[in-house]
Design a protein. Structure first.
Length: 621
């Protein structure tokens, strides 16, 4: 019994201890609940108005997420415009004291220009709450030094960003163009297009060239991060996020190897325009305008010094001469005038005239000289094209008149835009009586018509118009739209360029087209042809037509030596050609401004040789 009593006493003591613990726990729980209830009362009831007012100062903010710009490739997959990753140094001023001292300390490892510091201070005065960029484009050495010394600068951090880069620089500057900082004019245009919201957070936009023409494809769709921010600028929470969509990649018809080769044929500071196309579909395979410029200078906003150098350059490197250069077409238009004359029955394949070296305007007894002093003798249409006889076309122009000349040359695309996929194309000038009256304040004279008949007078064209007209001739009146874009890559699928459809030059017998092409064949392959020496031994056969656009009349000034006149008054040399003759695959237009000794025929020959004799290096797909 004694043992049982002891056990009972022991159990009783344990129960008392357990009971005390329960009481203590309950007291603690009640105490904590009291505190919680008191705080809830304070927040929800007593101080409700205070916290409600304070919460109203919090706001929802959308942080734009810039999309990655689409890439640009040549026809063989070589990249022409890319995005390079760069690093910028950012600082959070709100969390830092003695900012200037820290920046001075930072200069021991990272070079900061006066401009960097001035821009930083300017931004600092605007808003101390948000991160501010201290420097862009850090070098690899600066990045490494900063990482090693990061512990000294806790409120500084590195951030990556994408920057456009053009690896071929001057080679295709006039084709690709460039992006640069968005300005007020850009913002106004974006608002007009109702796409301003898609450019929040975007620094650059396409300014010229393909970069501008296909901006809506290359740019992508801006994303957003929705956050809640308090009245001190601190992020309270992230509410949601919409990721950006990258821009689409585009593939051009341009062959950069061909582009590079053609550029190598033109000496520095020679003003030229060269365009190569596939006449079967209008694809532009090369477009060279010299001199050129470095488009990478514009990406961050070109300095005034560099801009002045470009603007003051007498050779005008910023002009894309292929679409903006204005030249008299000279004798290169004789094939098209011949087609019109044949169609209008002004001549036929049997028409023959005698050329003594001049042509007399009926009634006025005014003499118009041929380029060949002693004349070409008896001429038909084929020989007139081969030797580029002016007198034959004086007669055609006189019989046709300016109204019909204008009507027919317009069919070949002169005086109008070609619809190439580049902005700022010039329409040139295909003159009429009304045009002269409005612009020269003088009546149209028959002598004006005679000059138009050989591509002179007030008639001005662009090289892109010349290639379009040549392709119309090659295709017997079917009009092809010249275009640079080959296809767009969307989600690993390729969507080809969408052609515009144009009315053809109909109801012209095939034999007329054939007759003119025979004449152009003779230009390059017959001994009397104007460029025969350049193509005499070629393994392929071409058809061509040369031209000389007169800027200054040497005969009237009794000057025989071209080097005695200023360079800008010397003749332009023009040459159009296609090959192979039987099955044309390539059409080329070359213009050398104020030519001072370059053999334009030899340049044309080298381009054709590169294309047709180096199949492994060049392939049209």
């Amino acid at each position: 019994m004694k043992l049982d009593l002891k056990n009972f006493q022991k159990n009783s003591q344990i129960s008392q201890i357990f009971f005390k613990r329960i009481i203590i726990s309950l007291i603690i729980i009640i105490f904590l609940l009291s505190i919680l209830l008191f705080n809830l009362y304070s927040l929800q009831i007593k101080n409700f108005n205070f916290y409600q007012k304070k919460s109203k100062h919090n706001y929802i903010k959308l942080l734009p997420l810039e999309p990655i710009r689409g890439l640009i490739y040549d026809r063989n997959g070589i990249i022409l415009a890319m995005n390079k990753t760069h690093y910028k140094l950012i600082m959070i001023p709100l969390k830092m004291k003695n900012i200037i001292k820290k920046i001075i300390e930072l200069q021991s490892i990272i070079h900061l220009s006066n401009n960097d510091i001035d821009l930083f201070i300017k931004e600092l005065k605007k808003n101390r709450l948000r991160p501010i960029v201290l420097k862009n484009d850090l070098t690899d050495i600066e990045i490494a030094k900063f990482i090693l010394n990061k512990y000294k600068f806790p409120t500084f951090f590195l951030k990556t960003y994408q920057k456009r880069f053009y690896p071929y620089s001057k080679l295709c500057a006039h084709i690709i163009g460039y992006v640069s900082t968005i300005n007020i004019e850009d913002l106004q245009n974006l608002k007009k297009q109702h796409i301003r919201n898609n450019y929040f957070g975007t620094q650059n936009i396409g300014k010229v060239g393909i970069e501008k023409y296909y901006e809506n494809i290359l740019h992508g769709v801006t994303g957003y991060k929705k956050i809640e921010v308090n009245n001190k600028g601190y992020i309270i929470r992230q509410i949601s996020q919409k990721l950006p969509y990258s821009g689409y990649d585009i593939i051009l018809n341009i062959d950069i190897k061909l582009q590079k080769y053609i550029s190598s044929l033109i000496p520095n500071n020679v003003r030229s325009a060269i365009i190569v196309s596939d006449p079967k579909n209008g694809s532009i395979l090369a477009m060279v305008s010299t001199p050129s410029f470095n488009p990478n200078l514009f990406i961050n906003g070109i300095t005034q010094k560099n801009l002045n150098i470009l603007l003051n350059n007498k050779n005008k490197p910023l002009i894309n001469r292929v679409i903006q250069g204005i030249y008299p077409p000279a004798s290169t238009v004789k094939p098209y005038i011949s087609i019109a004359a044949l169609k209008l029955k002004l001549i036929d394949e049997n028409t023959i005239i005698f050329d003594p070296g001049w042509w007399i305007l009926p009634k006025y007894n005014t003499s118009y000289k041929d380029w060949k002093k002693n004349g070409h003798g008896y001429l038909n249409i084929i020989k007139s094209l081969e030797e580029s006889a002016d007198t034959f076309f004086y007669q055609i122009a006189f019989n046709m008149g300016i109204n019909k000349l204008h009507h027919w040359m317009k069919k070949f695309g002169y005086g109008e835009l070609t619809d190439i996929d580049l902005f700022n194309e010039k329409p040139g000038n295909l003159p009429t009586q009304k045009w002269k009256l409005n612009h020269i304040q003088d009546i149209w004279r028959q002598g004006d018509t005679i000059s138009v008949g050989i591509g002179q007078s007030y008639w001005n064209v662009t090289p892109i118009q010349m290639i379009k007209a040549l392709m119309i001739l090659i295709n017997n009146g079917i009009v092809k739209q010249p275009h640079i874009l080959k296809e767009i890559k969307i989600n690993n699928k390729y969507y080809p360029f969408k052609f515009k459809h144009y009315p053809s030059i109909n109801n012209i017998p095939y034999k007329y087209w054939y007759l003119i092409k025979i004449g152009m064949y003779g230009v390059a392959n017959h001994h009397n042809g104007t460029v025969y020496k350049s193509f005499a031994s070629s393994k392929y056969k071409i058809a061509a037509k040369s031209g000389t656009a007169q800027i200054f009349n040497l005969r009237n000034k009794n000057i025989r030596n071209i080097h005695l006149i200023k360079e800008n008054l010397r003749d332009h040399k023009l040459l159009i050609a296609f090959a192979p003759y039987e099955n044309p695959q390539i059409a080329i237009v070359i213009i050398i401004e104020n030519n001072n000794g370059l053999f334009i025929g030899n340049i044309m020959r080298k381009i054709f040789n590169y294309i047709f004799l180096h199949e492994k290096d060049y392939l049209i797909q």
